[in-house]
Write a new protein. Structure first.
Length: 165
């Protein structure tokens, strides 16, 4: 339940912040946020990360729905029980849902954070959670999963044994 509440809170914050940007910053313009570090720039992103795959809205909608359903299934089946794994999936899911809402509402994702100290694509709150969640999931899968999820591994091992017979 804690993970669901956190997921909803992240999505609400993401949508609130995007709404503030849409209401207060005209598309293509910016406001100072953290001088010399970060500014708020209202950008409409019709693609994915780094604006790749422009105008593939329905592909992203489909991928997001499949991802969210898969995470929900894994949660119900208790495929992941260790907190780091659950938090990583929570962050990924919240970010994916935040951007999904934009795609369904507007046909694009509202981005706003632009770095001033280096050239980097403009991003949003949901993107931050997707990035952090992805990094945490990699750490979890590489270093923790096999040690902390013995039930999932023993089930997988049994499935492989049955496949051999």
């Amino acid at each position: 339940m804690l993970y669901l509440i956190a997921c909803i809170a992240i999505v609400v914050f993401d949508q609130w912040f995007k709404g503030w940007v849409v209401s207060n910053i005209a598309p293509g313009t910016w406001k100072v946020f953290l001088p010399g570090f970060l500014r708020l720039t209202h950008v409409r992103n019709y693609g994915a990360a780094f604006s790749i795959l422009q105008n593939m809205r329905w592909l992203f909608v489909l991928i997001t729905i499949v991802f969210v359903v898969t995470v929900f299934w894994a949660y119900l089946k208790k495929k992941v029980n260790y907190p780091l794994g659950l938090w990583s999936l929570t962050a990924l899911t919240a970010g994916a849902v935040g951007n999904l809402i934009d795609r369904l509402r507007f046909g694009y994702v509202v981005d706003m954070f632009e770095t001033e100290f280096m050239s980097f694509p403009v991003f949003n709150v949901a993107d931050c959670f997707i990035t952090v969640g992805g990094i945490l999931l990699c750490i979890y899968l590489l270093f923790i999963y096999e040690k902390k999820e013995p039930a999932a591994l023993s089930k997988r091992g049994k499935d492989h044994e049955e496949d051999k017979h």
